[in-house]
Write a protein of this length. Structure first.
Length: 217
């Protein structure tokens, strides 16, 4: 499942628009943006910004204004893209059963020594279990939408597999017969990502997005 989350994250980055950088005086309150009427809260923006900064290893003791601006733009556009995809999933009638969400939460909890450590870790991140459940449900709905509308519809020919193998023979380090299914999945993911990137870009251009953050200098 990890590659799916990575793929979605990469798609979101690739479809970022040339929006200006933004800052919010009190990121824990108010609204950061409206996407077709749906609210992205200041708290959502603040949490996503922290996640982006952690991924990029930002030195908060000596922040670079230009880097902070880029991180803020990426965080906001990521949230907008996710909301757009979630709305599309809803239009397709995609609903994630509570049982499926519970199973994913249980998997997450098993990575910790117990409930106390799990809740403590969430608290340090400014999250709660109900918030995590909502995020998991939304993520699963978006992933199902991507799988149904893009991944499952990609067909990979045998010629494409042969060509990929010839170009990556040294990396694969095994005969074509043993690599064929692996290559098929790689090519399927790449093509699905390409199609999703174009699709999301069109949706972003058509979406009614109102930025409610203060534009930076």
């Amino acid at each position: 499942m990890n590659w799916k989350l990575i793929r979605l994250y990469c798609v979101i980055i690739c479809t970022m628009s040339l929006a200006p950088a933004f800052a919010v005086a009190d990121p824990g309150h108010g609204k950061a943006a409206l996407v077709n009427g749906a609210v992205i809260t200041g708290a959502d923006y603040h949490d996503e910004l922290q996640r982006v900064e952690r991924l990029r290893g930002v030195d908060k003791k000596s922040p670079d204004p230009a880097e902070s601006a880029r991180n803020g733009k990426q965080a906001l556009e990521s949230l907008i893209a996710r909301e757009i995809l979630y709305q599309e999933a809803g239009k397709r009638g995609i609903k994630i059963p509570e049982k499926a969400v519970n199973e994913e939460v249980d998997k997450l909890k098993k990575q910790f020594s117990g409930g106390d450590e799990f809740n403590t870790t969430l608290g340090k991140m400014g999250l709660s279990e109900p918030t995590v459940r909502v995020q998991i449900e939304r993520g699963m709905a978006v992933q199902r939408f991507i799988d149904d509308e893009f991944t499952k519809k990609v067909l990979v020919s045998e010629d494409e597999i042969d060509s990929y193998y010839e170009g990556h023979r040294n990396d694969l380090k095994e005969p074509l017969a043993g690599s064929r299914e692996r290559i098929r999945q790689i090519l399927r993911r790449e093509e699905a990502t390409r199609r999703l990137t174009l699709y999301l870009k069109r949706l972003r251009e058509k979406a009614v997005v109102e930025i409610l953050l203060e534009e930076g200098e």
